[in-house]
Ligand binder design. Structure first.
Ligand SMILES: [Zn+2]
Length: 218
């Protein structure tokens, strides 16, 4: 997902939950070591090429990572470098053509000291009953921002960059970002979930994307 500064929050969105989401990020960062941290800067050349809508890499399912080793951490670092170079707050491995269950997220890209999150083999354990509408974007569909309805709260388990099991209950922007990035692991893009056909067609056309590359799942 593109960084928060570019996301337009819909009137239904609850700013308190956004604040809680950042607080939760800070808490989950406390037990993170800084083994994958890289400078939060835009490089002249992104180390990995981010695939865009229409590329079939985005439509393949990702496989579980059996061992969290240095190669996985180096991939996470390269994904973070690529994400920061594209002004993103979240990136999934399939977006760079790697079909592994690995996500990187950093909701605080302007704070050099805040460690990013690395989620390996993430699984959603439960959804809250509330749903909310949020205007999403995607580094694989640059310039297109459209409303998507999703559950507000998710409980997720995953392995961190050292292979340690983690469990978090996320809401606000963190919940939204995790759900968006986890969709990528199943070959699903946020435009597949957009219900407003007119806005979808206009948004894609405006940025030169092909409507036939959307696989509606509603
Ligand atoms: Zn995306």
């Amino acid at each position: 997902m593109p960084r928060a500064g570019r996301l337009r929050i819909t009137p239904t969105y609850d700013l308190d939950s956004l604040a809680r989401s950042f607080a939760q990020m800070a808490r989950s960062a406390e037990h993170s070591t800084r083994t994958v941290q890289v400078p939060k800067e835009s490089l002249d050349q992104s180390p990995l090429t981010i695939r865009t809508l229409g590329n079939q890499d985005l439509r393949q399912s990702a496989k579980r990572i059996s061992k969290v080793d240095e190669a996985v951490r180096e991939l996470a670092r390269d994904m973070l470098r690529s994400m920061y170079s594209s002004a993103g707050i979240g990136l999934a491995a399939p977006q760079v053509g790697v079909h592994k269950q690995l996500l990187v997220i950093d909701l605080d890209p302007d704070n050099a000291a805040a460690p990013p999150m690395v989620l390996i083999n993430p699984e959603i354990r439960s959804f809250g009953s509330a749903i909310e509408t949020y205007e999403e974007g995607c580094l694989s569909i640059p310039g297109v921002y459209l409303n998507v309805v999703r559950p507000s709260v998710v409980e997720v388990t995953y392995r961190d960059e050292l292979g340690r099991p983690q469990r978090i209950k996320a809401d606000g922007l963190l919940s939204r970002c995790i759900q968006h990035e986890m969709d990528h692991l199943n070959g699903v893009l946020f435009v597949d979930r957009v219900t407003d056909e007119l806005s979808l067609n206009a948004g894609l056309q405006d940025k030169g994307f092909n409507r036939s590359d959307v696989h509606a799942i509603r």
